[in-house]
Design a protein around this ligand. Sequence first.
Ligand SMILES: [Zn+2]
Ligand SMILES: [Zn+2]
Length: 127
Amino acid sequence: MLPVCPKCDVALFILHFKSVTVDYCDKCQGVWLDTGEFDQLAGCAPPQLTASTPTATNYLCPRCDSRMNEMQAAGNVTLERCPNGHGLWFDATELPRLLGIVTTAAAGTVLTEIFSKLSTRNQGETP
Ligand SMILES: [Zn+2]
Ligand SMILES: [Zn+2]
């Protein structure tokens, strides 16, 4: 099954970054991370996610097509999480914000590398 952006319904690009497979939407610049991938990218566990009242969204998990739940994370970041534990969806600005919160220098390095890879992808590399 081809992973599809929960927000735009277009196929996601797969980027190999270190040992992590990052699914990236070219249209909205959102990023899907499977469970455990955030840890590998940031070098630490994801921040505590809270959902006092889990809110079902209309956004579907790229892995299993279940409706994802809206979660609050540190820094007023809202994420969508698969109810079956497949992973997390980050809107364009959410991943940088979260990485900036949970890590310090490492996050800067990771983000620079990711976004330089994203920007060079448009210059000849085909998905
Ligand atoms: Zn999208
Ligand atoms: Zn799922």
